[in-house]
Design a protein around this ligand. Structure first.
Ligand code: EZ4
Ligand code: CO
Length: 403
């Protein structure tokens, strides 16, 4: 018995908001869990402080599966991003504690390393095709084996995935949602040009990825998939919103471009049809938004049975605690595909010192016991919460569209 003595939520904004759960045990280690839900941070903080933490005190921190079931089944109200991010934070913190209690890095508790390192992809973006390719060449020089390409759309003032800064991308940019404008027609013209130029300049020895960010209909996505086939993309991400999982049947019938989806998924049920019918190639569900390591492993096992590989979301709104958890998961899981990696700022890394490292296009979680991440609470306290929203998106005639 490793008794949970106390737990609390730390909200900090070292350049962007992060919600972190810290669980303390009576005579044993302390654990950290990420609970950040971009633009809805305080809802998860309240869910944890007001409704979860009171139920944790006095429980045995070693009983990870039982506590997961208690919080999932026991709440009666199931699923949803707020609930599942809160459960994820508890789950991560308990795995962190178990690893520290055992004196082992988490990946060892998950069955040990299935590979030497975790291939990651970086984000090359620019307002023009030329700028994007210049960035991609820099990533290649830094050793990246896989690069996501996003460029501005001629005729549109700004586009998701294209940053003002050369290396850091942060879409939650204002205290009320920024309004952006979208044209599918213009977008569908530029992306094949981007990929044609990229293959010409970067050659064929690097994986190229692209994120559609849920903005197409199935038949439009099918067209884009076909147009990109000659350039052999590693994947086409979030081609359509997956609220209706059957949409992917239509895309699948038309293109051999590999499909990835699921960064907004919060449970295995969001992916059931997609996986069971082999409608996708990569599942993007991640530790923080999909119920923690315990639930993500279940999704991965189900995916493995259907030849679907993992490709965890790894944007900057997922804290270094999630990044560490994802890397332990990636290193151990048999059907790993790729891991997204967007660098955190130095300010963020200083609040969350960590053992994971990047070298030669790949990452490793390190050998520190548990997750291998700490929270510098003094520094965290110097960065108070600052309300920040993701943008919203409209078509050129003003119709609300998916961002
Ligand atoms: O827009 O994480 O693939 N990465 C992405 C991200 C998302 C943000 C939303 O919070 O699509 O950049
Ligand atoms: Co994405």
């Amino acid at each position: 018995m490793l008794e949970i003595k106390s737990a609390r939520v730390v909200v900090t904004c070292p350049g962007r908001n992060f919600v972190t759960l810290k669980i303390e045990t009576a005579d044993g280690p302390t654990g950290l869990g990420d609970a950040t839900l971009n633009g809805r941070e305080l809802a998860v903080a309240s869910y944890l402080s007001d409704h979860v933490i009171p139920c944790l005190i006095g429980r045995d921190a070693h009983r990870i599966e039982d506590i997961w079931q208690y919080l999932y089944r026991g709440a009666y109200w199931r699923r949803g991003p707020v609930t599942m991010s809160a459960i994820a934070a508890v789950d991560m913190a308990l795995w962190d504690i178990k690893g520290k209690a055992a004196g082992l890095p988490l990946y060892q508790l998950l069955g040990g390393a299935s590979r030497e390192r975790v291939m990651v992809y970086g984000h090359a973006n620019g307002t023009t095709i030329g700028d994007t390719i210049d960035r991609a060449l820099e990533y290649r020089d830094q050793g990246y084996k896989a690069i996501r390409l996003q460029c501005g759309v001629p005729g549109l003032p700004a586009t998701y995935g294209v940053s003002k800064d050369k290396y850091f991308y942060e879409p939650a940019d204002a205290d009320l949602p920024t309004e952006t404008v979208w044209s599918t027609e213009k977008y569908l013209r530029v992306v094949p040009e981007l990929f044609a130029a990229a293959r010409e300049k970067l050659g064929w020895d690097v994986h190229l990825l692209h994120d559609v960010h849920h903005r197409l209909t199935p038949i439009e996505a099918a067209r884009l998939g076909k147009d990109l086939e000659p350039y052999r993309p590693f994947w086409l991400e979030d081609a359509v919103p997956a609220d209706n999982q059957e949409s992917f049947r239509l895309i699948r019938q038309h293109t051999t471009t590999p499909l990835a989806v699921g960064e907004v998924f919060n449970s295995i049920w969001d992916a059931k049809t997609l996986i069971q019918e082999q409608l996708i190639d990569y599942i993007r569900a991640t530790v923080v938004h999909a119920g923690g390591i315990t639930h993500l492993r279940r999704i991965a096992a189900f995916a493995d049975m259907h030849n679907v590989r993992t490709g965890c979301h790894g944007a900057t709104d997922l804290s270094p605690v999630t990044m560490a958890a994802a890397l332990h998961f990636d290193l151990s899981v048999p059907n790993f595909g790729i891991q997204e990696y967007m660098r955190h700022t130095d300010e963020t890394d200083a609040v969350f010192p960590h053992a994971y490292r990047f070298a030669d296009g790949a990452m490793h979680p390190g050998e520190a016991p548990g997750l291998g991440v700490e929270l510098d609470e003094e520094r965290a306290a110097r960065h108070p919460y600052k309300r920040a929203y993701l943008p919203v998106n409209r078509l050129e005639d003003g119709t609300m569209h998916d961002w």
